[in-house]
Design a protein around this ligand. Structure first.
Ligand code: SF4
Ligand code: SF4
Length: 137
């Protein structure tokens, strides 16, 4: 979720009851998962940063060095990768972020209308042509 903007650019606060902060309710991986156990897929994310790990853990993933474990039942194959249904623990009932503005992960702070193309796009986001804006791993 991006910060509120005073400009005419589309922004999150004006759209949040339509998108329901869908960017905060998914993870997205461009890489193929490996079977880790009966219950978990493992995504091997190279050179994962502490900030990325914090973001992934907020979304309920387990991070073991470069391995990111997510529950198999939450994963679905979509165009370009794998989307994981996983609501961020910082997302509040009114779809705003409990860690906004200073304590949220850098990957969340950096999302803007200008760089949204670097993020994964799904339904509901006004920043991209289609969809929300979860960081890609
Ligand atoms: S930390 Fe905040 S902005 Fe980032 S995914 Fe969670 S609720 Fe959304
Ligand atoms: S889905 Fe798009 S418009 Fe909605 S909160 Fe996330 S970045 Fe903002």
């Amino acid at each position: 979720m991006t910060e509120h903007s005073e400009s005419d650019q589309p922004n999150c606060i004006e759209n949040i009851w339509r998108c329901r902060a869908s960017c905060c309710r998914h993870l997205f991986f461009q890489i193929e998962p490996d079977d880790f156990s009966e219950w978990y897929w493992a995504f091997d994310v190279p050179e994962i940063t502490r900030d990325d790990a914090d973001y992934l853990i907020l979304h309920g993933a387990k991070v073991l060095l470069d391995l990111v474990l997510v529950r198999k039942n939450d994963v679905k194959k979509v165009d370009g990768g794998y989307e994981v249904d996983s609501i961020c623990k910082a997302l509040m009932d009114d779809f705003t972020c409990n860690l906004h503005p200073d304590r949220k992960p850098v990957v969340c702070k950096e999302l803007t209308a200008e760089n949204v193309g670097l993020y994964h796009l799904t339904d509901g986001c006004v920043l991209g042509e289609s969809g929300n804006s979860s960081p890609r791993f």
